[in-house]
Design a protein. Structure first.
Length: 908
């Protein structure tokens, strides 16, 4: 592949030289040329980090204490010349590693696929038009547009900047954003001083810029120092670590028990050394839950995939677990709780309050006053206001096949629609009053200003923004074409009135300026403007958000609305959605004067926070966390990044979110919808509960098997089940029955329980009880049947075959119990809802028939074909576990209900 000539001095060259050298021009490349360059230079992607080779990944499967124990057991068994046993132990170890290897690979692939959904976009000029393309299609010579929140897609020599500031920490480690200009710097300047360059993978924190791409992919600075900034994170979570620690403890305990059994057998029961050694190995093998780590990983991966199909992309795996314990969700209003489909409904001028009809962005509707339609010619101030709203605006409205499509910011789209309803021609207006300069809208300053000059040289400044902000810039008000002193009280009353209807309020102001005034500064709009009027815009709540908020309430999760909008608008929308008490709301200005204690009290009390800035968001998260809450926080802007990082689960908006917000978040919503957060919480809870189910299912099997061997040694009997048979049972049930639990759908009541305490250990007292209870049933049933068979003089092989099948059948019935941990399975959902359960059971039955009746398996595992009647005994005995566990659930539920009732009775 041809690469761009290695030029290290783009930063020292004049822009005309750069354009010449890179064979481009300010109008950008043609689509044809861009395609040619793409095939010549390759995609604009960094080489992916070297992944571990498959061999290493396979070998790593053996790096686990539990497997070490098995390996040691296999080696010693081989040294004792028990070749078949040793062979089966090694066979199982290899099969287990293979399964782990394949499943891990699948999980990684699923996560990779999900990550690629979040690919970056870039705004470039192609054929002279501004188009959005995937960032990996950017080529050297492309003209790229940058704005605050963007991740720079390639190395760029800047041509134009407007207060452009870039955070280059990814490249230089410097955390303060750098001010960018277009002036070349000296050739020897270090990266951090190359102010006329924007480097790939850095973030625009403020302003806007345009530049020409000089290098892409691995040729960029970031590519050259080969620092992969990709979000590939190792597949580990707190839960997996907990499990690993648990495995370690378990190994120790198993080791101690094996030694005890060994010594006891030799000293007290006078077993032979070799025989007793095999029994001790059998015990160790029995107690080790080999399949558990792989099952947990796969359950997490299934959860992540499930969330992706419901519009929530997990960027960091631990978030899956944390989601299940979230106690507070702090959500933006606009677009997340509301539809972000704005329509102007009210206009206030100095003397009138007009209504505007129409739905959505479609520019069909009428202006009316007290119920009577009016025309704009009768109301010159209204006309001026509509004109200003159209000019101080970057949105566009087009009719495509009879459908109106809006491009740009929804608030501005609503103004364009209103302007067209007023009979104005947007394109004409822009030609008559071309824009000379702009101060773009940013959430921090909450206004936008534009400078225009008509063709006779007259200059105008238009400002639109949050009313409090704009009123501060005005000392006059416009009335029938003339300026008069401002009546602040009148306007303040109107803010309350319009916002109280749940509408977003924008104020519009204007001021004439000089013909020579060609650039717009903040100081230009500090005062002297004349207010034209207010515009009230509705943004209806999302119906699904109303339901989702209710669901959160039943799930013990508080929802807080954090918005940049006016307090009255926020309160009114909150009441419609069901957030807050309809009265309590706190504004950013009130938060500013609170000390830490007051802040902590305030966040506990109120659910609506209005006119907040990103710094408030960070403090809100910190205070809620200090109050012991587990916080999920949404965000979209550049400055939301610290709050997103600090939250337990940072959630970025996939559509309107900036690259910075997405990179800082644990989760990205592809539809920006609050309801998707609730779905993700439900999935998070389900994943955790399914992992718990797998553990509760697997461990009693191991406990039962180990118990049977201990019971045999203590009573001085032959082992009812040999080590290789135990391995068979463990393997066959782990890859079928236990795995099917990973596909369990959410339990009906999962969103009616309070959030899980994140500090709660995975093995709760209840789980320990359940594991012991079921282990005991399995030991009694299997050992009992074994003793019964031996009493009736059947061969040891036959009796052992009965034991193996009894254990497996016990597991099949117990699997049905485990689908619901605490509640009865005697419901319709208890027997349907997860077909994998039945597929797994079918597979296990076929495997057991194969195991029991084929000569090859009979020889390998020392088993015998069973008489048909034996299956009847086995089924009757093993069905008992199903009945007993269901009775246990009933008793425990009754006790719980009684416990809850006691305080109420006491109160009476
Ligand atoms: P939320 O945090 O709920 O999503 P938001 O992000 O919509 O709210 P901002 O976009 O920060 O809040 O808007 C705050 C205020 O700024 C609005 O109430 C409005 O008065 C004003 N505003 C919003 N968009 C524009 C714009 N494009 N031009 C001028 N002013 C705007």
């Amino acid at each position: 592949m041809n690469k761009v000539p290695f030029n290290t001095s783009w930063h020292a060259s004049e822009i005309t030289d750069v354009l010449e050298q890179i064979e481009s021009e300010p109008e950008g490349l043609t689509i044809e040329e861009a395609e040619k360059r793409l095939s010549r230079y390759g995609k604009n992607k960094l080489r992916p980090p070297k992944k571990q080779s498959p061999v290493i990944r396979f070998l790593l499967q053996f790096h686990n204490v539990l497997i070490y124990v098995l390996l040691a057991a296999g080696i010693i068994t081989a040294l004792l010349s028990h070749w078949v046993d040793a062979g089966v132990i090694f066979g199982v170890i290899i099969v287990n590693a293979l399964i782990g290897f394949i499943q891990e690979g699948k999980a990684e692939k699923a996560l990779d696929a999900i990550r690629s959904i979040l690919s970056q976009q870039a705004f470039v000029l192609r054929d002279g038009k501004k188009v959005m393309i995937p960032a990996d299609g950017v080529v050297p010579g492309d003209i790229v547009f940058l704005q605050s929140g963007d991740k720079v897609p390639a190395d760029i020599r800047l041509i134009k900047t407007k207060e452009l500031r870039i955070d280059e920490a990814a490249l230089t480690g410097e955390s303060m954003p750098v001010d960018k200009t277009v002036v070349p710097v000296i050739e020897t300047a270090v990266i951090g001083d190359r102010k006329c360059m924007a480097f790939s993978a850095t973030f625009v924190t403020y302003g806007q810029g345009t530049g020409v791409v000089v290098s892409t992919g691995d040729d960029t600075e970031i590519g050259r120092i080969n620092m992969m900034l990709s979000n590939v994170k190792p597949l580990t979570t707190r839960l997996l670590r907990q499990i690993a620690e648990f495995g370690y403890l378990l190994t120790m305990a198993i080791g101690a028990m094996a030694i005890f059994t060994f010594v006891f057998g030799i000293m007290v029961r006078q077993y032979k050394f070799g025989e007793m050694f095999l029994a001790a190995v059998g015990m160790a093998v029995a107690a080790i839950p080999e399949g558990l780590p792989a099952i947990i990983t796969i359950t997490l991966a299934i959860g992540v995939k499930g969330m992706a199909t419901r519009n929530a992309i997990i960027r960091r795996l631990p978030a899956v677990e944390t989601l299940g314990s979230v106690t507070v969700i702090c959500s933006d209003k606009t677009g997340t709780l509301t539809r972000n489909e704005m329509t102007v409904q009210t206009i206030a001028t100095v003397s009138h309050l007009f209504d505007v009809s129409g739905v959505g962005y479609e520019p069909h509707g009428e202006f009316s006053l007290d119920g009577k339609n009016i025309t704009l010619t009768e109301h010159p101030t209204l006309r001026e206001l509509a004109q200003a709203a159209l000019l101080c605006n970057d949105a566009e409205l087009h009719a495509v096949e009879n459908q109106w499509q809006m491009h740009g910011d929804p608030t501005e789209g609503a103004l364009v629609s209103m302007g067209i309803k007023a009979g104005m021609e947007h394109a004409n207006l822009k030609e008559m009053y071309p824009r000379t300069d702009v101060i773009p809208f940013e959430s921090e300053h909450r206004f936008m200003a534009t400078l225009h000059h008509d063709h006779s040289g007259h200059g105008f400044i238009y400002v639109k923004g949050a009313p409090e902000k704009v009123l501060m810039m005005c000392d006059k008000q416009r009335s029938s074409g003339v300026n008069e002193p401002i009546n602040i009280k009148y306007w303040n009353n109107h803010i309350e009135e319009i916002a109280g209807r749940g509408q977003r309020v924008l104020a519009i102001a204007s001021m004439p300026t000089d013909v020579n005034h060609r650039t717009l500064q903040f100081s230009d709009v500090n005062g002297g403007l004349s207010i034209l009027g207010f515009i009230g815009i509705i943004d209806p709540p999302r119906t699904e958000a109303i339901k989702a908020v209710q669901l959160c309430k039943s799930a013990g999760i508080r929802v807080k609305m954090i918005t940049g909008d006016h307090i009255s608008t926020a309160r009114s929308i909150g009441a419609k959605i069901g957030i807050g008490d309809g009265k309590t709301a706190i504004s950013g200005t009130e938060l500013d004067v609170m000390d830490d204690n007051q802040f902590r009290l305030a966040v506990q009390k109120a659910d609506i926070f209005a006119r907040v800035s990103p710094e408030h968001k960070l403090k809100l998260v910190q205070s809620l966390q200090a109050n012991g809450e587990v916080v999920a926080m949404t965000g979209d802007g550049v400055n939301d990044a610290p709050a997103l990082k600090r939250a337990d689960v940072g959630i970025a908006m996939g559509i309107k979110g900036t690259d910075v917000a997405k990179e800082s978040a644990e989760m990205v919503l592809t539809d920006d919808n609050f309801a998707s957060i609730t779905n993700a919480v439900e999935q998070g809870r389900t994943v955790y509960s399914n992992i718990k189910k797998s553990i509760t299912f697997i461990l009693p099997t191991n406990g039962g098997e180990a118990g049977i061997i201990i019971a045999a040694v203590l009573t001085g009997r032959l082992l009812p089940i040999t080590p290789v048979q135990i391995l068979w049972v463990n393997m066959i049930t782990a890859v079928t029955l236990a795995l099917s639990l990973a596909f369990e759908p959410p339990e009906a009541k999962i969103m009616q329980q309070s959030p899980r305490n994140p500090k709660e250990p995975i093995l709760s007292p209840f789980l320990i009880w359940r594991i012991l209870f079921v282990s005991a049933i399995m030991v009694m049933g299997t050992f009992g049947l074994f003793l019964w068979d031996r009493l009736h003089n059947v061969s040891i092989e036959y009796a052992r075959t009965v034991s193996v099948n009894t254990l497996v059948m016990f597991e099949i019935f117990y699997l049905l119990n485990t689908r619901f941990l605490r509640t009865s399975v005697f419901t319709r959902k208890g027997f349907t809802g997860n077909r994998y359960i039945y597929i797994a059971i079918g597979a296990v039955i076929i495997a057991q028939l194969f195991f029991t009746y084929t000569p090859f398996m009979q020889h390998l595992f020392g088993v015998k074909g069973l008489k048909p009647v034996e299956w009847i005994y086995i089924t009757i005995i093993t069905f008992s576990v199903f009945v007993l566990v269901e009775i246990e659930k009933l008793i425990l539920q009754k006790r719980e209900r009684r416990k809850k009732k006691i305080p109420e009775q006491l109160l009476k």
